[in-house]
Design a protein around this ligand. Structure first.
Ligand code: NAD
Length: 339
């Protein structure tokens, strides 16, 4: 039996509480939040779980093996450090911190204390992303030419980080996983409509070492929720739509390879000659909640050290790309990088 405490019961924390309270072999003993109103809701929804406004109460409980941290990004570093120093394994929400140096220090602290530090890059556990990776690995789409990622909605708006750290962190993690390559250059542009100091819409373009190009559009100000990753391969194209359960991954038989580089395109016969729509295949997959898979992977990693783990390299690479994306956004210049 693994005993856990949950710190942070805002928008995302209740999802952890729901899954952890039903998971076999796990006891969720504490829910902690500085907001007493939220703790009243926690008490109603989870009457058998202790509540506290002070995370130290959770950390000082010697029966607690691990904590889940689902608080705002800028609070992660101090909470993670404290939890590790109290001897607790940690599952913390993405991104780990807003500084890659600090992230490396936290992994060093975890390793010194022989504890697990697991960062919740949820999309690494999404069945559609895992399937897409396997299609790319088997070259079933041909060489991937570019990715288009869109992640827009009406909020939730953050006060401590901009829209890149909040939303593009998902796409950067997904793209690093799917391409298996490093980012070499970033350009960015954005707007600050809500708060003059915090970007609420941003568009970043990434070039990877293997030549793949990716464009990511993220925004807190849009009327409709869009969560989409499009891959344009030389032979086929694929769309991962995270707002559709039944059609989350579709492979479309439109081939980019029929375009002959350098030769003039016959626009009049474009559809007939170049982009043919023969099939649109919906890939069926098991309905598994990515967050549940992530939590199970964390619990398993406590028992079996060699089981799948989100690597410190992946976590730090995501942060390094975000740091450079911020630089590109502020300067308006393309930033070169090697992560
Ligand atoms: N994986 C995903 O799909 C996903 C989705 C949403 C949010 N997130 C991540 O989850 C984290 C939390 O996001 P959210 O949307 O729930 O934010 P939120 O602001 O809604 O909730 C955070 C909660 O933490 C509490 N808190 C702050 N400091 C605390 C402290 N010292 N001790 C105890 N409680 C404290 C706040 O009172 C608040 O209720 C962020 O890192 C975010 O990036 C991930």
């Amino acid at each position: 039996m693994t005993t856990l405490g949950l710190i942070g019961f805002g928008y995302w924390g209740p999802n952890y509480a729901r899954i952890l309270s039903r998971l076999q072999g796990v006891r969720l003993k504490w829910i902690c939040d500085i907001n007493e109103d939220l703790l009243k809701i926690a008490q109603t929804d989870f009457p058998k779980i202790n509540v506290s406004t002070n995370y130290l109460e959770v950390l000082k409980d010697k029966t607690v093996d691990a904590v889940v941290i689902a608080t705002p990004v800028t609070t992660h570093a101090a909470l993670v450090k404290s939890a590790l120093e109290y001897g607790k394994h940690v599952l913390v929400e993405k991104p780990l911190t807003t500084s890659s140096k600090l992230a490396e220090q936290l992994f060093a602290t975890a390793s010194r204390h022989k504890l697990r530090l697991f960062v919740g890059h949820t999309y690494l556990f999404h069945p559609a992303v895992i399937k897409l990776k396997s299609l790319l690995k088997k070259q079933l789409l041909g060489k991937p030419l570019f990715f288009i990622c869109q992640r827009t909605n009406f909020g939730p708006i953050r006060k401590d980080v901009n829209v890149l750290w909040d939303l593009a962190s998902h796409d950067i993690s997904t793209l690093l996983f799917l391409t298996g390559s490093e980012v070499v250059s970033i350009s960015a542009s954005g707007t600050n409509y809500i708060d003059p100091d915090i970007a609420d819409l941003a568009n970043i373009n990434l070039i990877f070492a293997n030549g793949t190009f990716a464009s990511i559009l993220v925004s807190w100000l849009a009327p409709v929720k869009v969560r989409q990753v499009t891959v344009v391969g030389e032979q086929k194209m694929a769309v991962f739509d995270d707002t559709s359960i039944s059609k989350s991954l579709q492979v479309v038989d439109k081939a980019a390879i029929t375009f002959k580089p350098g030769q003039p395109v016959d626009f009049i016969n474009f559809k007939k000659n170049f982009a043919y729509v023969s099939k649109r295949q919906v890939i069926r997959m098991e309905k598994r909640e990515p967050l549940g898979m992530q939590i199970k992977a964390f619990i398993k990693s406590l028992q079996k050290p060699n089981s799948f783990f989100v690597s410190s390299r992946h976590v730090c690479d995501v942060i390094k790309v975000l740091e450079k994306a911020d630089q590109a956004l502020l300067s308006g210049k393309t930033v070169e990088m090697r992560v």
